[in-house]
Design a binder for this molecule. Structure first.
Ligand SMILES: [Zn+2]
Ligand SMILES: [Zn+2]
Length: 342
């Protein structure tokens, strides 16, 4: 048992010799600096924390910066904060923080305010991107003049998707620029490993031929050799879904992977695997987008009768066992005969 030096009341425990009421009387419990600076990238809007850049809602970043700058007297523990902010000028926000504090079991409240100033700068990624920084060039090329524009664009989209996916966890990965050039597309990339990953993916998904070449371009700031790597991806003429000719037979190209291709024989509908090294001898007979549709007139066990789209005569074509045949079917014309394309 002791007593308060200010009001003389008997108390169990004292804070600086006083009862809690006398201690709290007129005392400022929290403090904030006059202002807090928040780095914002003028190009992408990301928020900078030292060397780290984070994609964050601006309002949230402003309020968090203010709360982080809040301090309380050592006898108090902040147990809750309520934040409100108002914009003074586009880059100056006044943030008011109402705090609830616990001082030796006694709950008290206090209000502090600060000015959050937004400082425009450019993050490392944007400065590299704006400065046309690149470490790798992906050259997507048509292996022959017959490669369709659609396939080229599809390959570019695949590359862009890989960059989008990888940049979620690593913001230093980006496409610097994309250029249409004679015979294809050049994609400038911020990282060698990104170029390698895309080249591998395209190579596997198209059975494409790839080559790489690296060139010493200088030294990094810490004295390491700096290389720039060019990945050439030559897209083959064939594409999944096409009717191809191979070893004097006709197939539908069903699947392509790093190991090779799976094809379906149009004469007997048997699937067959083709080694990757044999795929360069595929000859496109008819592209998937050019395959004609024929109207089904009647259905049997192993065949359907269709109207030939050329002359509207009725023809029987055989179908694979268990095929789901709708009102129309895809057909290919080979040596003047129609074949069902599964
Ligand atoms: Zn007192
Ligand atoms: Zn930026």
């Amino acid at each position: 048992m002791t007593f308060c030096v200010k009001c003389g009341k008997d108390i169990d425990s004292a804070i600086k010799g006083m009862c809690t009421e006398c201690f709290l009387d007129g005392r400022k419990l929290t403090a904030m600096p006059h202002h807090v600076d928040v780095k914002i990238c003028a190009n992408c809007g990301d928020i900078g924390y030292g060397e780290r850049w984070v994609t964050k809602d601006l309002q949230e970043a402003i309020e968090d910066a203010a709360v982080d700058s809040l301090s309380a007297i050592k006898e108090a523990k902040v147990i809750d904060v309520k934040v409100s902010s108002s914009e003074q000028e586009p880059s100056t926000h006044v943030v008011v923080v109402d705090s609830t504090l616990n001082i030796d079991g006694c709950i008290a409240e206090d209000t502090s305010a600060t000015i959050v100033r937004l400082k425009n700068t450019v993050c490392k990624r944007c400065s590299r991107q704006l400065g046309n920084y690149y470490e790798a060039i992906l050259q997507i090329r048509a292996g022959s003049k017959d490669v369709s524009q659609r396939t080229m664009r599809e390959a570019l989209r695949k590359a862009e998707n890989i960059v989008d996916n990888q940049s979620v966890s690593n913001r230093q990965l980006f496409i610097t620029k994309t250029e249409e050039v004679q015979g294809g597309i050049d994609v400038y990339l911020s990282s060698i490993s990104l170029g390698k990953a895309i080249a591998k993916d395209l190579s596997d998904s198209y059975c494409a031929e790839t080559k790489e070449a690296s060139k010493l371009v200088g030294k990094t700031s810490d004295g390491q050799d700096m290389y720039r790597v060019t990945y050439l991806v030559r897209l083959p003429d064939f594409h999944v879904g096409d009717v191809i000719q191979f070893e004097e037979r006709y197939f539908k190209l069903n699947r392509v992977s790093g190991n090779g291709a799976k094809v379906i024989d149009l004469m007997n509908f048997r699937e067959r695997a083709v080694k990757r090294s044999d795929t360069p001898s595929f000859k496109v007979h008819e592209r998937s987008e050019d395959l004609k549709e024929a109207t089904v007139i009647s259905k049997g066990q192993k065949e359907v009768q269709v109207l030939d789209p050329m002359n509207y005569s009725a023809v029987d074509i055989s179908i694979p066992e268990g095929a789901e045949v709708g009102d129309t079917v895809k057909v290919a014309r080979i040596d003047d005969a129609l074949y069902y394309v599964p």
